[in-house]
Design a protein around this ligand. Structure first.
Ligand SMILES: [Zn+2]
Ligand SMILES: [Zn+2]
Length: 179
């Protein structure tokens, strides 16, 4: 079986990309991965856009082969092609304020100050995403080779309050202006 798009039959599946629920009837993306606990393959479910950002190749493959009508197909394709261009972009898992000053940035290896913004990084392996550390907001250009990652960062930051989202957007703008 190949990767697929299909409407969710129940509201019980969770997106592997953002951990949020997939509503019943909502179109979901299924990536076929080897079954780690037995024989054959199993399906890992995503919101289509979450998969486009984090698993672009399987999404592009499915888009090319599907007969299902996919809403905002062009937007999905654009997101997937963007992420496919650089593997590191597929690691973006949102942003948060650093709760302590203990973690070092993956990019510059300097500590990330308590209370400052950091971008979460995850590594994909066999159907799962494992925590991979953090990158300073200002180091994103060196690490991801582009500064244009705000939409993707916001997409994977569902826990931010509205005020924090606005501050994050302003922090991106301020950093953009300073560069
Ligand atoms: Zn999702
Ligand atoms: Zn850094």
């Amino acid at each position: 079986m190949a990767h697929l798009f299909e409407p969710a039959a129940s509201g019980r599946s969770k997106c592997r990309g953002c951990a949020g629920p997939i509503q019943r009837g909502e179109l979901r993306f299924g990536e076929r991965v080897p079954n780690l606990f037995g024989e054959g393959e199993t399906t890992v479910w995503f919101h289509p856009l979450c998969a486009a950002y984090k698993r672009p190749e399987p999404v592009l493959e499915a888009l090319a082969g599907t007969t299902v009508s996919v809403p905002d197909r062009e937007g999905l394709e654009r997101a997937a092609l963007g992420s496919a261009a650089n593997k590191r972009l597929q690691r973006i898992d949102g942003a948060e304020r650093s709760p302590s000053g203990k973690a070092n940035c993956r990019c510059c290896h300097q500590p990330i100050a308590r209370g400052s913004w950091r971008i979460r990084v995850v590594f994909y392996e066999e159907g799962r995403f494992a925590p991979g550390g953090f990158v300073h907001l200002a180091c994103r250009r060196s690490y991801f080779e582009t500064g244009e990652i705000l939409n993707q960062v916001l997409k994977f930051s569902p826990d931010l309050s509205d005020a924090d989202r606005e501050e994050l957007i302003r922090a991106f703008e301020a950093d953009q202006a300073a560069s």
